[in-house]
Design a protein around this ligand. Structure first.
Ligand code: SF4
Length: 519
């Protein structure tokens, strides 16, 4: 039996990010670390997190002093944040950026007095959190049949739970548009990761004899994958672990499809794949049932023991990287700006994360500036040192997004381009440059003049500079004595600037002296 794994399956960008945040928090924080509800909808991963020290609580009243509360990727409403403050909890926010963006939209509409309607599951924590951002005023619709029971509304803003099925969302929207007197403003907030998984699962289910969907029983996005598989007419089964697979399912099957929800780590997917292979071989008579069971179980046990949730195999990282094109297509028909690699464009910082910054440049997806592309100075450890949400910045397009990829931007390269142009002009005009001293290095100072300039110790002062450290983080003026764009070389001389300044003062003094004047 051939087993085909969906092109997009398993851990998504938001879940991977949340787990990384938890890992960092456990390392850094003293005192208990709590998650309000399971961090993700996967019992096996939650079990591992519990072993690492995360305490799952159902109510904030269960916390002890000096605790840290992790906000899981589903996010929470503002009332929970206020309560956490009351209990003096340190809050670490692992809300998925997709969810955060939807919360922001819900809150903005509610503040403008526009009725919000969420297409999603009433009991899902993400939807409950969204309700909170509308002060409990949002309406929730789970299925198209519910539209006819809605009150007549002249203006409504429609949002989707990020893990909704696109088909269900569209069906609800179409009925809303037909409803007399209703003018819906449509915001398709289904996340990219969900869209990619649904599309890949649906395509695969049409090509195979059986479809296996792996994921937590409470996972909304896993359930949607299961329904999608079923809707193609291909027998589809949802399992949480390999142990739930049945030999009978694979009898006379030539090709099986495999996919997994966004909270399923790669090692569980591999475990299920191995077990499917084993059951197919037993069916084909190539493997003794008892021997096969033991052999494969042994193999899987090793796999589980050797993997932690964080060693999610390259595939998880790779997929998460590719799918994080963040901005939702709010209006599917809206014209989008063409993206030209190497072009410098202006944008607005919409989110600052621990390792990256998201910027809206008016494209279909928000772009990402990885930490290394933020500044030419290697000692920048956090994006917060460079930008804040709401900042208007120029960025260079490094990699234009395609239908599945992300849009990669660089502030460092845009700044560098602009800085070279400005420095060349100053150099040719013999003018001085201003910059901030960022580092003391062997032989001199590194100065931020838009790009990194080197100020040799011998050129810092007119005499010998005894203490270079006193210049750290101060603004200095210097002449550019050497400039070479090809070798990325900018050599500065503060000494030349000081000498010229002294000479100019002397000249001015002499020019104003009059015969007989006492000085
Ligand atoms: S499924 Fe989408 S919204 Fe949910 S955590 Fe993953 S990326 Fe974020």
């Amino acid at each position: 039996m051939e087993i085909r794994v969906a092109k997009w399956a398993g851990f998504c960008f938001g879940v991977k990010r949340a787990i990384e945040i938890v890992q960092e928090t456990i390392k850094k924080r003293a005192g208990p670390v709590y998650s309000l509800g399971p961090l993700i909808h996967n019992d096996q991963v939650v079990e591992k997190l519990t072993q690492l020290g995360i305490k799952k609580i159902d109510f904030l009243e269960q916390v002890e002093d000096n605790g840290t509360l992790i906000i899981r990727s589903h996010g929470v409403g503002p009332e929970i944040l206020k309560k956490a403050e009351k209990y003096r909890l340190k809050v670490v926010d692992a809300t998925c950026p997709y969810v955060r963006k939807t919360q922001q939209l819900a809150s903005d509409y509610a503040l403008k007095g526009v009725q919000v309607l969420i297409v999603g599951s009433r009991e899902h924590p993400e939807v409950k959190g969204l309700m909170g951002w509308t002060n409990g005023q949002a309406l929730v619709v789970e299925r198209p049949e519910e539209v006819e029971n809605l009150p007549e509304l002249t203006k409504i803003a429609v949002l989707a739970q990020t893990t909704q099925s696109l088909a269900n969302f569209r069906a609800v929207v179409n009925l809303l548009k037909q409803k007399a007197g209703t003018q819906p403003e449509i915001n398709n907030t289904i996340c990219n990761a969900t869209r990619l998984r649904q599309q890949a699962a649906s395509e695969l289910a049409r090509e195979v004899g059986i479809m296996i969907v792996v994921g937590g029983k409470n996972s909304a996005n896993t359930k949607e994958l299961f329904y999608l598989g079923q809707s193609t007419g291909t027998p589809t089964y949802q399992v949480e672990t390999a142990q739930e697979l049945k030999k009978l399912w694979f009898k006379n099957i030539n090709t099986a499809g495999l996919t997994a929800g966004a909270s399923t780590p790669h090692w569980i997917l591999e475990e299920v794949k191995n077990k499917m292979k084993e059951l197919a071989e037993i069916n084909e008579g190539n493997l003794n049932e008892n021997l096969g069971e033991n052999e494969v179980l042994g193999e899987n046990e090793n796999l589980v023991e050797n993997q932690t949730i964080f060693e999610t195999a390259d595939k998880d990282g790779e997929l998460a990287e590719k799918e994080s094109g963040f901005k939702m297509s709010l209006d599917e028909n809206a014209a989008v700006k063409p993206l030209i690699q190497g072009e410098i464009v202006s944008g607005t910082v919409v989110q600052v994360g621990t390792n990256e910054v998201m910027v809206d440049i008016g494209a279909k997806s928000e772009g990402i500036i990885p930490l290394r592309e933020l500044s030419s100075f290697p000692n920048v450890v956090s994006p917060y040192e460079v930008v804040q949400a709401g900042d208007k910045i120029d960025v260079m397009i490094i990699k234009a997004e395609d239908s599945e990829g992300k849009l990669i931007l660089s502030k460092e390269k845009a700044d560098t381009e602009k800085a070279w142009a400005a420095l060349e002009e100053l150099y040719h005009n013999g003018e001085y440059v201003e910059g901030v001293v960022r580092e003391v290095v062997k032989g001199g100072l590194l100065v931020d003049v838009g790009i990194r300039g080197f100020l040799p110790a011998s050129l810092v002062e007119q005499g010998y500079a005894e203490d270079l450290n006193k210049y750290l983080e101060t603004t200095i003026k210097a002449k550019i004595v050497e400039l070479n764009r090809n070798h990325r070389k900018v050599i500065l001389s503060r000494k030349s600037f000081l000498e010229e300044e002294t000479a100019a003062k002397r000249q001015e003094l002499f020019a104003n002296l009059e015969e007989g004047q006492r000085v």
